[in-house]
Design a protein around this ligand. Structure first.
Ligand code: ADP
Ligand code: MG
Length: 238
């Protein structure tokens, strides 16, 4: 059974940035596990370390100390090129500002990761078209990103994130730049992906959306509140 298989494991993850004012500890020993098939929302104040935490999972950034395992891979052992290649196969990343390439069409954007990673040697165009159908925007396949709405751009970005069929989808405020209706539709799409077996970790400022996610983790000052609550119970002698 896959229910209790940990797909994401962060062990004692610390992240310290060097700044002009001196070292800044942004993650203070985070332990975090996500099982296969879970849908997790990450909430917390601006500057608390949510993006830094997400970047540990995608390998976009690496911890100063601690270990990160995602989809069976120990990320801290890989160099930058290896991480990029691993990410392309195993994690779909969705950003607040979509980050589609403006000079190629929507369809070409969705096909791009297939070329980069070298999977799906078959009909990539056909697969990209199927993904655009899945996210409900097959009609804008040949348009450029600037010609479609924000909600459509985010759908395209999700199709792109799915192109190599990753187990894990990670979103950093994926609805943060959308109106309420578009945000709700993107959220519904995430729920559908979870029902199809994907594992999703999504940072959001939207309390309404977070309230609909089965598991909500709050980051405050570089720590997960669920961990500090356990600490408090221990302190209280439980
Ligand atoms: P959040 O996503 O919760 O708003 P971030 O993870 O982006 O927070 O940032 C947490 C803290 O780390 C902030 O104080 C931010 O200024 C700082 N920070 C983030 N990235 C860097 C960096 N590359 N160099 C220095 N400080 C950084
Ligand atoms: Mg952030």
């Amino acid at each position: 059974m896959s229910e209790n298989k940990s797909l994401i494991t962060l062990e004692s993850v610390e992240k310290i940035y060097k700044t002009k004012a001196g070292p800044l500890k942004v993650l203070k020993g985070v332990n975090f596990r996500v099982n296969e098939g879970e849908f997790v929302a990450i909430v917390g104040p601006s500057g608390s370390g949510k993006s830094t935490l997400i970047n540990m999972i995608t390998g976009i950034d690496r911890p100063t100390s601690g270990e990160v395992y995602v989809a069976g891979q120990r990320l801290t052992h890989l160099n930058e090129n290896q991480v990029a290649k691993w990410r392309g196969r195993n994690v779909g990343v969705v950003f607040q500002f979509f980050q589609l390439l403006p000079t190629i069409t929507v369809l070409e954007n969705v096909m791009l990761p297939m070329h980069y990673v070298g999977t799906y040697k078959g009909n990539r165009r056909e697969r990209a078209m199927e993904l655009l159908e899945l996210v409900d925007i097959p009609d804008v396949a040949d348009k450029y990103p600037s010609q479609i709405s924000g909600g459509q751009q985010q759908r395209a970005a999700i199709a792109r994130a799915l192109s190599n069929d990753p187990k894990v989808i990670v979103g950093d405020e994926p609805t943060g730049n959308l109106d309420t209706v578009s945000a709700g539709l993107i959220f519904a799409l995430f729920e559908e992906l979870v029902s199809q077996g994907k594992t999703i970790v999504m940072v959001t400022h939207d309390r309404d959306l977070a309230g609909q996610v089965p598991r909500v983790e709050e980051v405050r000052d570089g720590q997960l509140m669920s961990e500090t609550e356990i600490d408090q119970r221990l302190v209280a002698g439980r």
